[in-house]
Design a binder for this molecule. Structure first.
Ligand SMILES: [Zn+2]
Ligand SMILES: [Zn+2]
Length: 366
């Protein structure tokens, strides 16, 4: 029961939150938008929405092409640099939707239903989902569903354990809406989350060139073939081991405190930093919505605490930090006895409720 309740609340949350943000235009537009669609941002008109839900194989609806472009951009439909797509709902498109729905933990309908469209317009990480495990890899073991995924070839940092990795911020590629101290502290907390569960520590150094992990904020095209797209859409991206590059979209309204940053399109720096560090360590996207490695994050949303899925994933690459006392192993023992998947669902539900209430109050006051 918790499961279905939580999903309804999550969806409600989506509607509430997006009702005050520009992306909400997508679902309530009363007139056609003039926004130029890009692969990472979908501009949806009323006209398109009406035909979407029931569209199935063989139908042709103006606007399908941008969904194809989006699915292609994130690894579901052929060459991601392909720019010409038609508006035909064909079998290839349908199977791409099915894979997308599985990978994002949505109900698998093979249709562009409202949950799927809502997910596609949610801001996300720029790394593709291609390496998400195929359906049959989502096996159950001891009542725990395993959703974490590695990059192809399972790359990781090869150093003797325990290892220390250095990181540095690019002086030239910084934002000025937050102080250097705020940025530095958000990253310290993000690195510490991972360091507390694996025998890897992180230390900041001044020398950007020599640092193993290089962090910077960039606008648009910035030299790695993965241009950023302005406000929302893609928030950040990073590279698998041992490349060590972590890039954030400088156009976002980055926040470390939503009380101090009132913008409806504010993005939590610490949550995104924690997610991107997961990539740097070798984790790819998880299909578990509660995992830090889930690919999307709503504006003003937070998801920085490591989930059991993130912890198990990263520990299978690096082993456990000897000081890590697993609350999860206790809970999974308990939940195995009770036949539940995890002991943390009530917490997620409570958190969702608090977020919804806060969002409601916020939107009523503004
Ligand atoms: Zn990602
Ligand atoms: Zn980049």
């Amino acid at each position: 029961m918790f499961l279905s309740l939580r999903y309804s609340f999550t969806f409600l949350f989506t509607l509430l939150l997006t009702s005050t943000s520009p992306s909400r235009i997508a679902l309530t537009a009363t007139q056609d938008l003039t926004v130029t669609p890009s692969a990472t941002k979908i501009a949806i008109t009323n006209h398109i929405i009406q035909g979407l839900t029931n569209a199935g194989r063989g139908t042709k609806i103006s606007g399908i092409s941008q969904f194809k472009r989006h699915l292609s951009r994130f690894g579901y439909l052929g060459n991601k640099n392909n720019t010409s797509f038609d508006d035909v709902f064909d079998a290839t498109f349908e199977s791409a939707i099915v894979r997308y729905q599985r990978n994002l933990g949505l109900q698998v309908t093979g249709k562009l239903d409202s949950n799927t469209v809502s997910q596609m317009i949610t801001p996300r990480c720029g790394d593709p989902d291609t390496s998400i495990a195929p359906y049959n890899h989502h096996h159950r073991h001891n009542h725990v569903t395993k959703n974490f995924v590695f990059f192809p070839g399972k790359p990781r940092w090869s150093r003797s354990m325990p290892m220390t990795l250095t990181y540095a911020f690019s002086r030239e590629n910084m934002i000025h809406s937050l102080s250097m101290k705020e940025i530095r502290e958000a990253f310290q907390r993000a690195f510490q989350r991972w360091a507390s569960v694996i025998p890897v520590s992180f230390v900041e150094v001044d020398d950007f060139v020599l640092a193993e992990i290089k962090i910077g904020f960039y606008n648009g095209e910035h030299g790695d073939g993965e241009p950023f797209d302005g406000v929302l859409g893609v928030l950040a991206h990073s590279f698998s081991p041992e490349i060590g590059r972590l890039h954030l979209d400088a156009a976002e309204t980055w926040a470390v405190d939503f009380q101090a940053t009132a913008s409806e399109v504010a993005v939590d720096l610490e949550s995104v930093a924690t997610h991107e560090i997961g990539h740097l360590l070798g984790l790819s996207h998880s299909s578990m919505k509660e995992a830090v490695m889930y690919p999307s994050l709503r504006p003003r949303g937070k998801r920085a605490d490591l989930n059991i899925d993130d912890i198990k994933g990263v520990q299978s690459l690096y082993g456990s930090n000897p000081n890590f006392r697993s609350q999860w192993s206790l809970e999974s023992d308990m939940s195995a006895n009770q036949g539940a998947e995890f002991g943390l669902k009530p917490f997620s539900l409570a958190t969702s409720l608090i977020i919804i209430i806060v969002t409601l109050v916020h939107s009523l006051c503004s």
